[in-house]
Design a protein around this ligand. Structure first.
Ligand code: OAD
Length: 248
């Protein structure tokens, strides 16, 4: 069953009695900070490229300089962005529940900058540099068109997870454990199209948690969730935290 529109009173009650809340966020939560989502068309300089074609190991092998130009552009964009009301509300949510696990598919670090602790970065971090040969984190001269690993001389790549690559083991383990044992699972600002991240809500659902989606465009997955709140995270999340705070 799915309920759209305003925040249901039952969800607020379930959040109040929850021992463990697990949250999964996607690109939509950073949209109101001016960071483009993956499935929006790109604009300006990058409008002829599909981000899904740039975020692959094959694309990096073919044209590492192009991929680095795109990631430098993203780094600059994210460095200039500031966390929005949705990020801030999620950081506050942690003080209203005994335990909160925040898993993000985003690589922008905006949750951490809003004050969230122990964020699980499912798809890595935009600002890490890794050796493309062995994956080790490197400290390199990232001014070069394609930086090279000071240890082995291989190309250096951005420290994000690309299509077809594995999720970091610790992130995967902790996320799936949290989804399986939480009482309430919130799926926020994600199209729920990319697995294994999209599978977390399914695990929570099957394990008996209450599952709610917050997204202005209700996704195909939401029909199987308990609640679908059709709204922007920058509006819905502050309202949700205010309701918890008010104890109405
Ligand atoms: P998508 O770009 O697929 O989806 C963004 C979602 O955010 C859409 O469902 C929008 O409706 C929603 N949205 C837009 N504005 C919003 C707002 N203000 N508040 C709440 N929701 C809003 O992004 P993800 O689901 O994060 O992976 O994509 C998942 C993964 O696919 C990414 O981590 C990345 C990408 O390819 C890799 O690169 C491996």
């Amino acid at each position: 069953m799915s309920e759209s529109g305003r925040i249901p009173a039952a969800l607020i009650r379930e959040l109040r009695s929850a021992r463990h809340v697990c949250v999964l966020t996607g690109a939509g939560i950073s949209a109101e900070s001016g960071v483009p989502t993956f499935r929006d068309a790109q604009s300006g300089l990058w409008e002829k490229y599909d981000p899904l074609d740039l975020a692959t190991p094959e694309a990096f092998r073919q044209d590492p300089a192009l991929i680095w130009r795109w990631y430098r552009w993203r780094r600059e964009l994210v460095a200039a962005a500031i966390p929005n009301a949705g990020h801030v509300a999620l950081a506050r949510l942690a003080s209203f529940v005994p335990r909160l696990t925040l898993v993000t598919q985003n690589v922008d670090g905006l949750h951490q900058r809003a004050g969230s602790a122990d964020v699980i970065e499912f798809h890595g971090n935009l600002f890490d540099d890794r050796c493309a040969a062995d994956g080790c984190v490197v400290d390199c001269d990232s001014v070069a068109e394609v930086p090279v690993c000071p240890g082995c001389g291989s190309n250096v790549r951005p420290g994000v997870v690309w299509f077809g690559e594995s999720i970091p083991e610790t992130a995967l383990h902790h996320s799936f454990a949290a989804a399986a044992e939480c009482d309430v699972f919130l799926s926020i600002g994600t199209s729920s199209l990319v697995f294994p991240a999209a599978g977390l809500a399914e695990i929570a659902n099957e394990s008996g948690a209450t599952v709610a989606e917050i997204n202005p465009n209700t996704t195909g997955m939401a029909a199987g969730f308990d609640y679908a709140i059709a709204g922007k995270s920058g509006t819905v999340l502050p309202e949700l935290v205010a309701r918890l705070e008010a104890r109405d």
